[in-house]
Design a protein around this ligand. Sequence first.
Ligand code: ADP
Length: 229
Amino acid sequence: MLTDHVRQECFSSGHLAKIIDNKDILASVKRIAAIKTDIVMGNTNNYDKLKMNNSIAVIQGDITQQKVDAIVNAANNSLLGGGGVDGAIHKAAGSELLKECRKLNGCATGEAKITKGYNLPAKWVIHTVGPIWYGGSQGEDESLASCYRSCLEIAQQQQYQIKAIAFSAISTGVYGFPVERAARIAAREIQRFLESNNSLEQVILVCFSKSSYDSYLSAVNQMSERQLD
Ligand code: ADP
């Protein structure tokens, strides 16, 4: 089964082939382990759409459907629900989520708070508030990086037992952050975290549209290419 999936990953020209060509045994083994994790997680139907870089995966899909331990909501400062992915998460989780959010007294931009997932397949929802894009001179990059760090900081706390986490494309919807720039920040912060922390086994970037998927996949691949150099 594993062999089939390794083959499906465009063995002759894909990322795995590249790291084998580079004679990087450790990276090759890590890559195969990541494929196995995906099979164990039951994502094999999506496999042709899924491209992984060690433990960062990028998929196109609906975050409310992800069977992971925690999903990350791109919320607003009130934490009382909104449109976009926030609305979809509240709808799928049910009204208990809003009740819990009311007790949290909102959330500052760049920070994160955790709730239960209620009717979602995910046990937890980590709510973070991304920056609104004002042109790039208002600290937007740093605020977005801080969102990823804050979510990952919560996710690694032992009491939540989070091994797999799925992020939405924070700030890239109505908040207007340029997608390619946001994708580079996401890839960099997640990779930095994974390098210094081994509590998480799988981080998934869930993109709603094909163009968003292409941007996040390209950011993750560029980062891994830089690492192989
Ligand atoms: P923000 O206000 O932080 O920009 P949005 O919800 O407007 O948040 O958009 C963030 C990203 O989430 C956008 O790329 C949007 O296309 C995407 N999105 C919207 N609904 C979903 C969903 N159900 N699953 C995953 N991503 C979604």
